[in-house]
Design a protein around this ligand. Structure first.
Ligand SMILES: [Cu+2]
Length: 613
């Protein structure tokens, strides 16, 4: 780009810094609109627009006393709500006013040509500083979606926003009020520091970890082998509580609802008796939220932009990158709290539905922290205390071990996960099952190797579609589960799959490495699909965490027992220790991304390229 462009870049940046002046607002509005004085964030714009001018820049934003030069669109976090109309050709002129970094916008869940998908390195080269990239594509779907940067860690810091698409067919759920509820996190810790800390903390744990060789020494110190083992198990239990629900927690995160910290209390107004549509978007980079509105039943009417048969619930879990539309009908003239607690219960986002501005409702106490169980480590329905002897448990670590009723003394592989790197490396040659790379041409690579990149294999992965998720199974509330999602129309492709691709979700939490089939991205070939084919993807989650798996460009039709009425999703939560499958009609040529939507998991290896040829 020319020097003149860079000068303009500098001017634009100053406009961002001085705040939401006319320039900032213009950058956030459809090309045809004039600046308004104030629009409450979350309010769906009154009219759709087919042309948008979007400026990406950094702006100093302080929330909850955490200041950040956040990458954002139009000077706000989240960015503007883009309202489109099914059937339109949309044009999005995205100008990068960042000084030294490329940017990109990915339109999450939108079906479009691969060149418009906004993933640098796959769809295009990215948008360099000072340049404008024009996205143009036909909108062939309706519903609630979102957009975010796919460059570096910009998404984690604020570069995201919601998309609302008016469907071509009449909306069966017309409501008096329509709000977008974007959930996300805010921290002044940089994502790179986060990764370094996670890796360093793991080193710390490696340092603290006991090996079989150190047992005699510990036994002398503890006054016997039994006491030493008891201590190990207790310590394991603590470590599990500290790390196994979420990687990054409310210790550094402030959870946001439409860019508002809990104390700022985002509010949406209603008149008692009105039906209110709430379009939930989980734009967080690392956090699952459990959402309820005490006193109100929520009618789930859409998942990932697609209509589902209405399901009345008290609560639902939303994975990173998922969207859910719910309808509520508050009848009393009082304030209702939208309560979104993080899955690990280290914090919550909160907003209010109220008949008048300035009202607040009671904020419920946090639920207990979920506890991971044998099911989560892929040991089926085995209960703690059940005899584990004789069972094969490769790579099992103390924290994976049952807490009671297991005799550690005769399971020496109980310590394998705790060996140091030198020991782990030489174990690679023991992996007779290790397939030669690339493994992705193989439909079923078999159980992944146990090595430094993979801690555990789910020996008895179970169907968990009927479970609302860890921590939500015994709340006494009606909580949504995947089995309840039923599309309102049968799927468009009745063909059975001609091929199955089995993928294990794998990782080593302690070394903070993530991957598919025991391999991180850099060691793997692409997943090759043939244009026109129908494929079943089967996910086996060998880790003790949920992973929200996102396939770009094509729908993932969840096989959840609803026959032809499979729900169409763009992001699917794979629960720990579970086996789950979905069908894909391969109808979009090009190179697509396929990854876990937990940003740090994606960054550290749980990513694949899909090539459709
Ligand atoms: Cu993940």
């Amino acid at each position: 780009m020319s020097n003149a462009s860079r000068t303009r870049d500098g001017l634009t940046r100053r406009r961002f810094v001085t705040g939401m002046g006319a320039g900032g607002l213009l950058a956030a509005l459809p090309a045809s609109a004039t600046p308004a004085t104030s629009i409450a964030p979350g309010t769906v714009p009154a009219a759709s627009s087919a042309t948008w001018n979007l400026r990406v820049g950094r702006r100093r934003i302080e929330i909850d006393r955490k200041a950040l030069h956040a990458p954002c669109i139009g000077g706000s976090v989240p960015g503007p709500i883009l309202r489109w109309r099914e059937g339109d050709d949309v044009t999005l002129n995205v100008t990068n006013t960042l000084r030294n970094e490329d940017t990109s916008i990915h339109w999450h869940g939108i079906r479009l040509p691969a060149s418009m998908d906004g993933v640098p390195g796959l769809s295009f080269t990215g948008i360099p500083p000072g340049e404008t990239f024009t996205y143009r594509f036909p909108v062939r779907q309706g519903g609630t979606y979102w957009y975010h940067s796919h460059s570096g860690m910009q998404e984690a810091q604020g570069l995201y926003g919601a998309i609302v698409i008016d469907p071509r067919r009449p909306d069966p759920h017309a409501c008096a009020r329509d709000y977008v509820i974007v959930l996300s996190e805010w921290t002044d810790v940089s994502p790179m520091d986060m990764i370094n800390n996670l890796k360093m903390q793991d080193d710390y744990y490696v340092f603290r970890q006991r090996t079989l060789a150190s047992l005699p020494h510990e036994a002398r110190a503890a006054g016997g082998v039994g006491a030493a083992l008891k201590d190990r198990l207790q310590w394991s239990r603590m470590r599990m509580a500290a790390t196994d629900i979420s990687d990054v927690t409310g210790i550094i995160y402030t959870y946001l609802l439409n860019g508002h910290a809990p104390g700022m209390n985002w509010s949406g107004l209603f008149t008692p008796g009105e039906r209110v549509r709430l379009r939930f978007v989980n734009a967080a980079s690392m956090t699952f939220f459990d959402i309820r509105i005490p006193g109100l039943e929520m009618l789930v009417v859409q998942a990932d932009g697609n209509d589902v048969e209405p399901v009345p619930v008290d609560e639902f879990r939303i994975g990173v990158a998922e969207t859910y539309d719910v309808i509520v009908q508050p009848r009393d003239s009082r304030a209702y709290t939208i309560f979104a607690q993080s899955e690990d219960r280290t914090g919550h986002a909160r907003g209010t539905l109220a008949p008048r501005p300035g009202m607040t409702g009671p904020v419920p106490p946090m639920d207990p922290r979920p506890v991971r169980t044998m099911v989560d480590m892929g040991m089926g329905d085995m209960k703690p205390g059940q005899d584990m002897k004789g069972m094969e448990m490769p790579g099992m670590t103390e924290k994976d071990a049952p807490m009671d009723g297991m005799d550690m003394s005769d399971t020496d592989h109980g310590d394998m996960g705790h060996m140091d790197m030198d020991h782990m490396d030489h174990m690679d040659h023991m992996d007779h099952a290790t397939p030669a790379a690339p493994v992705m041409e193989v439909d079923d690579p078999g159980p992944p190797p146990i090595n430094v990149e993979n801690q555990n294999v789910a020996k008895m992965p179970v169907d968990r579609l009927g479970s609302p998720g860890d921590g939500l199974e015994h709340t006494g509330r009606r909580v949504l589960n995947y089995r309840q999602l039923r599309a309102t129309r049968p799927g468009t492709d009745p063909r059975p799959p001609s091929r199955e691709i089995i993928l294990h979700l794998t990782g080593n939490m302690e070394r903070y490495i993530w991957g598919f089939n025991g391999r991180k991205f850099s060691e793997s070939g692409p997943i090759r699909l043939k244009l026109g084919e129908r494929v079943r993807f089967t996910l086996i989650n060998d880790t003790m965490m949920e992973h929200p798996i996102h396939l770009h460009g094509m729908w993932s039709e969840l096989e959840n027992g609803q026959g032809a009425y499979r729900p169409y999703k763009h992001t699917l939560i794979s629960q720990p220790g579970s086996r789950m499958s979905y069908l894909v009609t391969v109808d979009a040529p090009g190179m697509w991304a396929y990854h876990c939507h937990l940003m740090l998991h994606m960054e550290l290896g749980m990513f694949r390229t899909v090539i459709v040829a």
